[in-house]
Design a protein around this ligand. Structure first.
Ligand SMILES: Nc1ncnc2c1ncn2[C@@H]1O[C@H](COP(=O)(O)OP(=O)(O)OP(=O)(O)O)[C@@H](O)[C@H]1O
Ligand SMILES: [Mg+2]
Length: 494
């Protein structure tokens, strides 16, 4: 007999215009790491939010250790020993690590919150996940990986035995990812059960015991991990066979469009020199903390450099703000989508055409017909899953929000586009569509500069790659000379 800790049976959940889950059944064995995958918008996060009592299913049952549960809110889920590290972290950035860990689960003494014990206990939980920091540190001082561990500590502090990780590795470096995967294995060995959502198939194959695949709100398969491989998973997710992605060899003969000379700011980036051709896809790689985001932010005028010169089409330009950069024909896709990217309550269409408003003005009014056409084109091209162009962007799945923001800059008509981690959270098949689109606009003469922590992405997509490490430019290489991810690491560390 299978020993199931969790059974969700015949779960259905709809939103206006979307059947997010249709009769979904998922069974999770005690003590396993259970993978959950599917394309963007397949229903993974929704299923987990039903389990956490954040959403209420119209139909279906939830059984924990064979007992039928009625979960009407997160508090009940937590009381039952279920905890989630959500896709979009929900820490309070302005209070301490300890306070975040015990938020809603305060340790009380005779006179209110017992801070001494809160800090002591927080320190212990953090140590159990390998986080050796002062419990008093304010959370916005911590790196993405550390914040993730705070969120996990919060879950562990509630005594959860069933842990849900929704895309926990999306903003982690290769090394941090490896650490987190090891931590998940350790938690399993200690008797916890884990549900793990990720778009990185290699992570799933290396950590999970079994995998459930969702497609369009329905379960298409449940497999023992040892019996399947990457191409099986891709096929199950998409419902059809997909060709493996390969590099497209291109020759870029355009003239130099952008030249960066001696760019420096403190220790963040030092004496950076490169030039990019019209129509080129130029990658910037290295480990997180290499100074890549800082560098492109300074080029684009989001922050100031200390020294250095920038040339656009051979002419020296001094960009002091992002507005000036946009006026010169540049675009920027930021790394932190939620903080800098989206207007949550505006529609998909409005979010997509924001930087184009001035172009859409006709006879004193915005040409919404044109805006709709542009939006529909991208919905089709990179399979953005949304009930309509009028849907509020915040109700789209995480990956689909990212696709909208990306389309914004593809559609805007900029001549030089900077993209910081453009495909974070995007499923494998949609990635391929996005790469095709980037190749297409660059064939038409647009220049794209991509910062990516996914070495695979740089290798597949770029013409040349600049590799940085701790603020220094280590090399600029022809991307076809890079054969494995290890090559990039070696250059970064030499
Ligand atoms: N609050 C909401 N309001 C309306 N629609 C929603 C809401 N939450 C999710 N949806 C819709 O339900 C479907 C499933 O979304 P969900 O977030 O579960 O996808 P996902 O599999 O987690 O995708 P991703 O890989 O992009 O995170 C999508 O079509 C999404 O637009
Ligand atoms: Mg999701």
């Amino acid at each position: 007999m299978d020993n199931y800790i969790l059974q969700m049976k015949d779960i259905s959940k709809s939103f206006p215009g979307v059947k997010a889950l249709q009769h979904v059944t998922i069974e999770v064995r005690q003590g396993e790491i259970h993978g959950l995958i599917g394309e963007n918008g397949a229903g993974k996060s929704t299923l987990m939010k039903v389990l956490m009592g954040i959403y209420h299913a119209e139909e279906g049952d939830i059984l924990l250790e064979g007992r039928k549960l009625k979960i009407s809110g997160p508090k009940e889920a937590i009381d039952q020993g279920i905890g989630m590290v959500p896709q979009e972290l929900n820490l309070n950035p302005f209070v301490s690590a300890a306070e975040n860990i015990y938020l809603g689960n305060e340790i009380k003494g005779p006179r209110g919150i017992d801070w001494k014990r809160t800090n002591e206990e927080a320190k212990k939980v953090m140590a159990s996940v390998g986080l050796e920091i002062n419990p008093n540190v304010i959370v916005n001082r911590l790196s993405a990986a550390q914040q993730q561990l705070i969120q996990l500590s919060r879950v562990l502090a509630t005594g959860a035995k069933l842990l849900i990780f929704d895309e926990p590795t999306a903003s982690l470096t290769t090394k941090e990812t490896e650490t987190l995967l090891n931590l998940m294995r350790k938690l399993r060995d200690e008797g916890k059960t884990i549900i793990f959502i990720t778009h990185h198939l290699d992570e799933l194959l290396s950590t999970t015991d079994r995998i459930t695949v969702l497609r369009d709100g329905q379960v298409v398969s449940v497999d023992e991990t040892s019996t399947i491989d990457e191409s099986d998973l891709i096929e199950e997710m998409a419902g059809k066979k997909m060709a493996k992605q390969t590099r497209v060899e291109r020759t870029v003969n355009g003239e130099e469009i952008l030249k960066v000379e001696h760019f420096s700011r403190g220790r963040e980036f030092r004496d950076i020199n490169f030039s990019v051709k019209k129509g080129e896809i130029f990658g910037i790689g290295g480990l997180v903390g290499a100074g890549r985001t800082e560098l492109i932010s300074a080029i684009f005028g989001i922050t100031r450099k200390e020294s250095g010169t920038l040339y656009l089409e051979g002419k020296q330009v001094d960009i002091k703000s992002p507005n000036e950069a946009v006026a010169l024909g540049m675009g920027f896709l930021p790394e932190e989508r939620r903080a800098h990217g989206i207007f949550p309550i505006l529609s998909v269409k409005e979010n997509l055409v924001v930087p184009m408003f001035h172009k859409l003005f006709k006879a004193g009014k915005i040409d919404y017909g044109e805006a709709k056409k542009i939006t529909e084109n991208y919905i089709e091209r990179i399979s953005i899953k949304t009930p309509s162009v009028e849907t509020q962007i915040k109700s789209l799945s995480g990956g689909n929000q990212q696709k909208v923001i990306l389309s914004r800059w593809l559609a805007e008509g900029a001549r030089v586009i900077f993209m910081d981690e453009p495909t974070r959270g995007i499923d494998v098949n949609a990635k391929a569509e996005i790469y095709d689109l980037i190749r297409e606009i660059t064939n038409d003469g647009v220049t794209v500069i991509v910062v990516s922590s996914e070495h695979e992405e740089l290798m597949l997509l770029c013409d040349r790659i600049m590799i940085m490490h701790e603020g220094e430019q280590k090399a600029i290489v022809d991307a076809k000379e890079i054969k494995t991810s290890q090559d990039i690491l070696e250059i970064a560390l030499r």
